[in-house]
Design a binder for this molecule. Structure first.
Ligand code: SF4
Ligand code: SF4
Length: 408
C-alpha cells in the first residue's frame, strides 16, 4: 500500500507528469475493493458556468470512465446523468437518504442566497416548489462524509460573488456549518480534484492551509516555481501580453497566488500554462479572485506587511538591484515568496474560513522545507530550474542579448 507520505511526494514531485494511473490507481482499487461498495459521490452544480466539470472531464490518468465506473460511484451529476426532472431529483433524494454519512458531496459553483435563494435552482419538488441551490446545499451538506468545494466559485465565491454580487452568491463554507475542503481554480485543474478525492478515499482529509486548501497542491506560490523567475531577477519584464520575459509588470499575480501550475501545467496532458503562453497569471485560485486580482493586466498594488509597506514596484526595483549588485536577495525572497503572499492587502490576510481540522488561521510557522527554501534565497539566486534545461535557457539568453543590443 502506498503510504500517505509517498502519495504526497508523488503529488508534489511528479509535477507535469503527475499520474495516478500506474502508481496510485492500483492502490485506490485495492482500497475500494476492501469497501462494501464504491464511495457514492454527488456532484452538485449550483451557480456555475460548468467550466469545472468540463475541465474535470479532461482527466486522462485515470480516465473519466475509470474514475466513475471503477473508483467512485457517481450517483448524481446533472451534466452527466441520463435522468432529468423528477427522476433526477428522486435519484438525489435516494442517495441522500440511503448513503447518509457515506457520500462525498462535490459542490461546483457559488450558492445564491439573496431573496431566499430564488436565483438558482436544481429543479422542482413534487409539489412544484423550486428546489433551490441553497436548499440543496443545506440539505445535502450535513449528511455528507466529506464536502469538497470544487472551483473558485464554490470555494470563495469567485466571479458570481464579484461586486455587485446581485444574487448574494456565497462560498459553500459560508452556507454550511461544517468543514469544507476548498479546491479552487477557475477552472479547477482535473489533477487537483483527482488528487484530493484520492487522498480522501485513501487517507482521509489532507493537510489544509488556512483557507482549507490541500497544501499538497496549494503549498507554494506560482512565483516560487515559475520558469520565468530568472527573468524576474534579471529585471527582464514583458511590456505587453505576448512578449517574452517575466509578466510581473503586466499584472502577473504569481507572487501572491498559491498553486502548482508552473510544474503541473494544463490540462489532462500537462502541456502548458499561462505564463508559458506569455500571459500573466491572474490568480484564479486566490480567495479574493476576481475583484482583488483586478485589473488583471496591471502590476500588483502596494503590499502591506506587519510594520512596513512595500510596494510591488519597489520590490521589482529591489529585484533589479539584487541582480546588479548581488545584495538584498533576502528581502525580495522573503517578501515575495512568503510574508507578502500570506499577508497581501485586505481580505487576503490569513483568516480561518471554515471550522474543521485545518490550521486555525494563525501565522504559519515555516516548515523545515520552507525554511530551507527561504534560506536558499539569502545571498544567491534561485536555481534556474527549467531555464537551465534547453530551449528556455537559450530563449532567456537570446532575450537578454536582444535587450542589451537595444540599450547600445
Ligand atoms: S512574476 Fe509571474 S511571470 Fe514573473 S517570475 Fe513571478 S510568476 Fe513568473
Ligand atoms: S496560472 Fe494563475 S490564473 Fe492560471 S490557472 Fe494557474 S493560478 Fe489560475
Amino acid at each position: 500500500m502506498l503510504t500517505r507520505r509517498e502519495f504526497i511526494k508523488l503529488c508534489l514531485g511528479a509535477g507535469a507528469g503527475f499520474s495516478l494511473g500506474s502508481t496510485v490507481l492500483p492502490r485506490l482499487a485495492e482500497a475500494i475493493t476492501a469497501l462494501e461498495r464504491r464511495p457514492p459521490v454527488i456532484w452538485l452544480e449550483v451557480q456555475t458556468c460548468t467550466g469545472n466539470f468540463l475541465s474535470f472531464l479532461n482527466t486522462l490518468n485515470p480516465r473519466l470512465q475509470e474514475l466513475i465506473f471503477e473508483i467512485i460511484d457517481l450517483r448524481y451529476g446533472n451534466t452527466m446523468m441520463a435522468a432529468e426532472g423528477e427522476q433526477a431529483i428522486r435519484a438525489l433524494e435516494d442517495v441522500a437518504r440511503d448513503a447518509r454519512g457515506e457520500y462525498i458531496l462535490v459542490v461546483d459553483g457559488a450558492v445564491p442566497t439573496k431573496d431566499g435563494g430564488i436565483y438558482g435552482a436544481i429543479g422542482h419538488h413534487p409539489d412544484g416548489r423550486l428546489f433551490t441551490d441553497l436548499e440543496a446545499v443545506e440539505t445535502l451538506g450535513p449528511g455528507a462524509r466529506y464536502v469538497v468545494a470544487a472551483g473558485s466559485c464554490a470555494a470563495f465565491g469567485g466571479p458570481y460573488a464579484a461586486n455587485p454580487n446581485p444574487t448574494g452568491a456565497k462560498p459553500v463554507s459560508m452556507v454550511l456549518d461544517r468543514q469544507v475542503i476548498n479546491v479552487p481554480g477557475c477552472p479547477i485543474h482535473p489533477d487537483w480534484l483527482v488528487a484530493t478525492l484520492s487522498h480522501l478515499l485513501l487517507y482521509g482529509v489532507p493537510d489544509l492551509d488556512p483557507y482549507n486548501r490541500p497544501t499538497m497542491i496549494y503549498g507554494d506560490t506560482v512565483h516560487d516555481n515559475c520558469p520565468r523567475r530568472q527573468y524576474f531577477e534579471n529585471s527582464i519584464f514583458a511590456a505587453h501580453p505576448g512578449d517574452s520575459g517575466c509578466t510581473y509588470k503586466i499584472g502577473c499575480k504569481g507572487p501572491v497566488t498559491f498553486t502548482d501550475c508552473p510544474t503541473r501545467q494544463w490540462s489532462g496532458e500537462h502541456l502548458s500554462w499561462p505564463v508559458e503562453a506569455n500571459t500573466p497569471c491572474i490568480g484564479c485560485v486566490a480567495p479574493e479572485f476576481p475583484d482583488g486580482m483586478e485589473p488583471f493586466f496591471e502590476q500588483l498594488p502596494d503590499v502591506k506587511l506587519p510594520g512596513v509597506t512595500v510596494t510591488a514596484r519597489t520590490a521589482a526595483a529591489v529585484a533589479g538591484i539584487v541582480t546588479a549588485g548581488g545584495i538584498g536577495a533576502h528581502l525580495v525572497g522573503s517578501v515575495l515568496t512568503g510574508r507578502l503572499a500570506r499577508n497581501w492587502v485586505g481580505k487576503t490576510e490569513t483568516t480561518k474560513t471554515n471550522p474543521g481540522t485545518g490550521p486555525g488561521g494563525e501565522e504559519k510557522t515555516l516548515s523545515k522545507r520552507e525554511a530551507r527554501k527561504d534560506a536558499s534565497w539569502r545571498g544567491r539566486r534561485r536555481p534556474a530550474g527549467k531555464l537551465a534545461r534547453g530551449k528556455d535557457r537559450n530563449h532567456h539568453e537570446r532575450v537578454q542579448s536582444e535587450r542589451e543590443g537595444e540599450k547600445e
